[in-house]
Design a protein around this ligand. Structure first.
Ligand SMILES: [Zn+2]
Length: 304
């Protein structure tokens, strides 16, 4: 039995955005430093957070393509009894991008669990036959709707939150000049009087976003890019952060400014390998820390 008072525990399985850090085909400065083992860098897998309210069963938020490796790295998620067992009772999907759903494919092997996702994401799985490897009689697909709390195991209540966002890249109209607005999803998890929000993507910090996040004891928030034009400046892409549905960390309307007054812990998650906050001691990292924000890393444990 757990030997401490029940609370709410989050374990960062992966802190990086799509591609991870370093990204397999990326020759940017940061990826090169990470590959060379520079002590200022810490390699990171693609974003996923495990949460529990009873220290026994876990809910995984985000099914990253690195999920198999992430489970192997975290003994809390290992089988405990019998020939087939997993402490993972639920998986929650928030986005339809490859880095948020491909991990489902490593959870085959006839293991029962609940799969919670907004209906559009369940439809997406239904339309892609490869996800039929998850036998529906074992992996129960449960639609969740914004603002309707549901129990999800691990002693937790789960509430879907809708944030400003855009449709996944591969579902966009080819060549579209502007982002196609669509909701991005976040989730609030509550147990034992504590709560946290996991929001790996958010296109804009509105008053409603601030209000929603302000109620949580901790917030894992979109830390994809430090500056809006980071990908363009680094020669890595043609799109701004906002165009990709991610508000930048810095600058006017950015996260440091928008979430400056949040009372709970503020932890940046889903960090792209171009983002200089991945380099400890960098001016950008110092700016983030001076503003009271934390930078997530693989294996980070947050107890509330
Ligand atoms: Zn890179």
């Amino acid at each position: 039995m757990p030997d401490r008072a029940p609370g709410l525990t989050a374990l960062v399985l992966g802190a990086a955005a799509g591609g991870g850090f370093p990204q397999w085909n990326c020759g940017c400065r940061l990826c090169r430093l990470a590959r060379a083992g520079d002590p200022r860098t810490r390699p990171a897998t693609q974003a996923s957070v495990a949460v529990t309210g009873n220290d026994v069963d876990w809910v995984i938020v985000g099914a990253s393509p690195d999920l198999r490796h992430q489970i192997l790295q975290n003994p809390s998620l290992w089988p405990e009894s019998g020939l087939r067992h997993s402490p993972i009772g639920s998986v929650v999907l928030l986005g339809g991008d490859v880095d948020a759903i491909a991990g489902l494919l490593v959870l085959r092997e006839r293991q029962p669990f609940d799969l919670h996702a907004p209906q559009p994401l369940l439809d997406l799985l239904e339309d892609n036959r490869i996800f039929a490897v998850l036998d529906p009689s074992l992996v129960r697909r449960k639609a969740i709707a914004p603002s309707e709390p549901v129990p999800c195991g691990g002693g937790l209540m789960l509430t879907l939150i809708e944030l400003p966002g855009k449709v996944p890249l591969y579902l966009e109209t080819r060549g579209a000049a502007t982002a196609e607005a669509g909701p991005t999803f976040a989730v609030r998890l509550e147990a034992n009087g504590r709560s946290l929000v996991i929001a790996p993507a958010c296109a804009e910090i509105t008053d409603a976003v601030r209000q929603e996040l302000g109620r949580a004891d901790a917030v894992f928030f979109d830390g994809t890019l430090f500056t809006d034009d980071e990908m363009i400046t680094a020669g890595l892409g043609e799109k701004t952060g906002r165009r990709m549905g991610h508000v930048p960390v810095s600058g006017p309307g950015g996260t440091l400014e928008g979430l400056a007054d949040l009372p709970g812990r503020r932890i940046l998650l889903h960090i792209n390998n171009s983002n200089p906050i991945l380099l400890s001691g960098s001016p950008e990292r110092q700016q983030v820390e001076a503003a009271g924000f934390e930078v997530a890393y693989d294996g980070m444990e947050v107890r509330l």
